[in-house]
Design a protein around this ligand. Sequence first.
Ligand SMILES: Cc1cc2nc3c(=O)[nH]c(=O)nc-3n(C[C@H](O)[C@H](O)[C@H](O)COP(=O)(O)OP(=O)(O)OC[C@H]3O[C@@H](n4cnc5c(N)ncnc54)[C@H](O)[C@@H]3O)c2cc1C
Length: 819
Amino acid sequence: MTTIFAFIVVAVAVFLLLAYFSAPLVAWTVAAAAGLAYFTFNPLAWGVFVVIAASLNIPFVRRKVFTDHVLAIYRRILPDMTQTEKDAIDAGTVWWDADLFSGKPDWDKLLAVPAPRLSAEEQAFLDGPVEELCAMCNDWQITHEHQDLPPHIWQFIKDKGFLGMIIPKRYGGLEFSALAHSAVVMKLSTRSGAAAISVMVPNSLGPAELLLHYGTDEQKNHYLPRLAKGLEVPCFALTSPEAGSDAASIPDYGIVCKGTWQGKEVLGMRVTWDKRYITLGPIATLLGLAFKLYDPDKLISEKTDLGITCALVPTNTPGVNIGRRHFPLNQVFQNGPNSGKDVFMPLEWIIGGPEYAGKGWMMLMGCLAAGRAISLPTSSTGGVKALTRFTGAYARVRSQFKTPIGKLEGVEEALGRIACNCYVMDATRVMTAGAVDLGEKPAVLSAIAKYHMTERARSSVNDAMDIVGGKGICLGPNNWIGRGYQMAPIAITVEGANILTRTLIIFGQGAIRCHPYVLREMRAAKEMQGAQAAREFDDAFTSHIGHVLSNGVRAWVHGITSSYLAPTPNNGAPELMHYYRFTSRLSAAFAFLADMSMMGIGGALKRKEKISGRLADVLSMLYLISATLKRYEDQGRIKEDLPLIRWAVRDMTYHAQEAIDGILSNFPLKWMATLLRFTIFPAGMSFRPPLDARNRDAAQLVLVPGAARERLTAGMYVSKSESDATGMLEAAFLATVACEPIDEKIRKGLKKGKMVARPGAELGVIALENNLITAEELTQWQRKEALRKGVIKVDDFPQDFGRAQALDADATRPFVRAA
Ligand SMILES: Cc1cc2nc3c(=O)[nH]c(=O)nc-3n(C[C@H](O)[C@H](O)[C@H](O)COP(=O)(O)OP(=O)(O)OC[C@H]3O[C@@H](n4cnc5c(N)ncnc54)[C@H](O)[C@@H]3O)c2cc1C
């Protein structure tokens, strides 16, 4: 009995070891042979063993008895993909996401990636033209009075090359790195949403990006220099009233036909479209247009339905209707509809020329990742940097119950969350832009960054609005937060609306692209035939089984050992080691859960968006944690920042655990859910939410001036003018902190009865009269008080909001807009 028990213990240990270390099949076979030898040398038993071992170890035999049959079933159940789905799946590259999906992230590889850096030229641009542009922008004037960027700002943007950051120098562009592009958009976002978006859009997915990748030499030579210098204002029109998220279903169409162009009969297309929400559309001179192209007379192709096609259409082309505006939540960046009916245009207007007819979706998907990795993640980070700095300052300047509100625990809690979000977001921004600079087009990571940064911006602005109270609600020149609050849903909706991005794209694309074997299996099943398909499928499928087994065992081992054995980097910061371990454990659990979900739910997983959305949350948390840890390492392990990392990583591991719990509680196969719960949480759900003490430490960092606050909000614009709302707030914050010893003297004087407050009189003056403070201290105190009163001041307007006066002025002064 004891020997049998010992055998079982050894057998289980060997099983765990082999699975844990992903041992090759031959090692499993040797172990099984040893087990059998322990019991018997019976020739029959060994004969059966040899047959089974040979069937599994000899690929040809294995295929015939096993994997060829699986392949046949797989082919039957795997739904056919449309070309648009294929293009979306194939688009972009995978990077760190593949490590997270593997269940064994290679931390040394991540930490060996050099910290992204700006060049001297890029830094000079940020310190020069970007700083200058920020100083020129008065957000209230822009959003309320001009309802547009004023002409001189538009001209500055064009003249300084802001619209050509992604265009190479040989075409007259700035040829900036993704990191620099991101830094510019981020800084502008801390000052003016309209300026940031107007600069962001031409540098994101649109005519320039598409031309760079697919344009003919003639198109590039003509348009890129003009785009770089702002001689053309581009927009890109995909969305139509009937096709928003389901953009591939656009009803807009073109028919290949002959027509007259500049006096000659040429082959062209007659295009009809109706687009809406097009950013920069109302003032664009160059319309990037997506439509479906048909060739009923087979003039250029054997196919009649060519597919989505992208063309560049000068907006002064007869028949193009453009110019009207939408009014997106009080934001005044140019945005509006455009349309055309049977507009004739030459085939040469197709981006890439006629041979790129029908390849528009592939082009769009191919280019989407880089822009999506930068635009919204960056502008959201800019927004949260501004919230961190200004809300922290306000929470120190504004007092209630004789206490700066930032020191009241409830406010502190919200402030701490904002500060930690800021750290995570900037870390993710830099890591994702850095990946683009390494040549990646990170399709899944850019979707994660887009979703989570815009969501974190939304939650941060909600927190900040709560802290700022009525001052944030009443709009006017002194309100530095209201427009940002209004902006939040826009970022959520554009470039892939967030619900869809979370539930369909992140896990849907990730499961196929980032998984080490799924795409290989799919390609073998659908794109290969005969022996090639059988060999490829056999190799991928058997490796896949080992992968699932290994991740399951590792998830369980890490679960019962409190992550003690989970991989860490060789040279990581000692103070972060437990976070690396937690993340490795969660990665193994996620990889196992992802495979079991695909296996258990199958194709229906696509419709089980509540499950796939939670799987996306786990993957996303793993990426955001990775970025946060890397940021700490890259910045030289600055201990002062540790509260931010500690709170944020704890919060994210806890969220990942909650998402896994949510999946298991709602998993359609209850027996499998029980098995999964036992494997992933063998010792219960051990991740705890972050401690309040960490939150307090994080909030403290933004309640005092100092290096940590500067680091956290680095790269943002800080006005030096006290006549500017944020400049005044910054000055009031510094003055408040500097004056605290003086305030303390006054407070003590009052408390001990050494002075008595008189109605209407300044406390500082009374304190001086009572020799509690000096004359210099009074001057300092009075300056602080003037700034403080300025900061808490809220704007008010005439009864009719000045409309009558404005109408009078309008009658004599026509509205002027940028050319
Ligand atoms: C200010 C602004 C600027 C824009 N700029 C441009 C531009 O320059 N060029 C351009 O072409 N377009 C632009 N757009 C369009 C933008 O990309 C679309 O708004 C977006 O694609 C969503 O489409 P929709 O608003 O019609 O929402 P809908 O598609 O109607 O979606 C509504 C909701 O349903 C959800 N949903 C849809 N499908 C699914 C699914 N399968 N699973 C789960 N949830 C789903 C969405 O997430 C969303 O929450 C802009 C939009 C705005 C508001």
